[in-house]
Ligand binder design. Structure first.
Ligand code: NAP
Ligand code: HSE
Length: 382
């Protein structure tokens, strides 16, 4: 299957290289920006790709929603298969693309958009054929995992950890999406859409790692706790609960040993029970390998990951509850259900009783709106 590629950056170069030697696949033209053409296989307009009748599939690895959505629509309208690693695109416009694909009979797969090289969506989409899933969660952002791991084990500061993750090709073009939790939020959006045919395009409570300080690292280490950024989703009535937040783990939890750019995702099937997937969540070849896997699935006849009845919903985190580890001003802490005060003074550290994810995130927003600082992390037992 001759396959064109849109974008020749970190992932695009990996996809092109892998296409050159993959069984059943053959590399087609690669779209680069006007003025950036350096190789004979590169082109500078989508028209040149669509004019090639031998191109049967197109991979999009440019990033962003514009012009990716326009290009994706045109590819699918032409009846060609479309594979993308772009979670921003699928989270924002995936339902429309899915509808076009269904109408034209084209394939539309996006495993690389959630978990990089980890076959999470692929396995969820297989599992839902015969099982019902109770929850999906895990470490879904390689950049922040790399940063948190380096800050907690190598003593790097936040700026150095981010710079190294960028240099290694893990971060988004604008790394704010990684550190704010937005990238992980988009990934859990996709996981919910594949698992429960509900795509939470609003209401996801999202806390990243921007408030995680050297003081937090030291305090957690003194308590043998490890911090990771976790995204979680599960059914909640007619909608889903879906959120992203730092989470602290006790020794022995498998998350503590997830290092560098690795992701660790779990889902629990009503019949399969819990399943755990670990692998590189970011980087050129791990991600390209997921793209190639989707292309192979298309060759074998798979056409979709989103079901025809998948609908946009507002996430509801009001019934999802657990305790939190919190650092904030003593005055602000009065609004929290304190279970244990760990450190006293103008700034306190404490553990809360179980409270809803919605209540905790709403309170943190209010503290920041009033000019205060807060770091909070969900608590998980080993
Ligand atoms: P990247 O290194 O920035 O590469 C994107 C490439 O696309 C750049 O060369 C960019 O050119 C080009 N591009 C952007 N808009 C274009 C346009 N309109 N026409 C032609 N070329 C265009 O990004 P990446 O890391 O490969 O990521 C690509 C996508 O994969 C993103 O959606 C990302 O979220 C996703 N992804 C990345 C990873 C990873 O580990 N990096 C993992 C999973 C998923 P300029 O540089 O000139 O802008
Ligand atoms: N920036 C993303 C990450 C790329 O670090 O996980 C993989 O989706």
């Amino acid at each position: 299957m001759k396959t064109a590629v849109l974008g020749y950056g970190t992932v695009g170069q990996g996809v092109y290289r892998m296409l050159c030697s993959a069984r059943g696949l053959e590399p087609g033209p690669v779209l680069v920006r006007e003025g950036k053409k350096k190789e004979p296989f590169q082109v500078t307009s989508l028209e040149e790709i669509l004019a090639d009748a031998d191109v049967k599939a197109v991979v999009e690895v440019m990033g962003g929603v514009k012009p990716a959505f326009t290009y994706a629509s045109r590819v699918l309208e032409s009846g060609r298969h479309f594979v993308t690693a772009n979670k921003a695109l699928v989270a924002a416009r995936g339902l429309e693309l899915s509808e076009i694909a269904r109408r034209t009979g084209a394939g539309f797969l996006f495993s690389a958009a959630c978990g990089g090289g980890v076959p999470l969506l692929h396995n969820i989409s297989l599992a839902v054929e015969s099982d019902s899933l109770r929850s999906v969660s895990g470490i879904l952002n390689g950049t922040t995992n790399y940063m948190l791991h380096a800050m907690q084990t190598r003593g790097w500061d936040y700026a150095r950890a981010l710079a190294e993750a960028q240099a290694l090709g893990y971060a988004e073009a604008d790394p704010t999406a990684d550190v704010s939790g937005l990238d992980a939020a988009r990934k859990i959006t996709l996981a919910c859409a594949v698992a429960w045919s509900r795509l939470p395009d609003r209401g996801i409570e999202c806390e990243g790692i921007e408030s995680f300080s050297a003081g937090d690292v030291a305090d957690l280490q003194s308590r043998s706790l490890t911090c990771r950024l976790i995204a979680a989703g599960k059914p909640a009535g007619r909608t889903v609960s879906a959120y992203v937040e730092p989470t602290v783990f006790s020794p022995g939890a498998p998350e503590c040993s997830v290092a560098d750019n690795y992701n660790m995702a779990r889902y629990e099937g009503a019949n399969s029970g819990p399943l755990v997937f670990i692998g590189q969540g970011a980087g050129r070849f791990p991600t390209a390998s997921a793209v190639l896997r989707d292309l192979s699935c298309i060759v074998q006849g798979q056409r979709a990951m989103l079901s025809a009845d998948c609908a946009a919903v507002e996430a509801d985190n009001s019934r999802e509850q657990h305790p939190y580890y919190v650092r904030c001003a003593a005055e602000a802490a009065q609004a929290l259900p304190v279970k244990a005060l760990l450190a006293n003074g103008p700034t306190v550290r404490l553990l809360t009783e179980a409270i809803s994810v919605h209540a905790m995130h709403t309170l943190a927003q209010k503290i920041r709106k009033d000019g205060g600082e807060i770091f909070f992390a969900g608590m998980k037992e080993a």
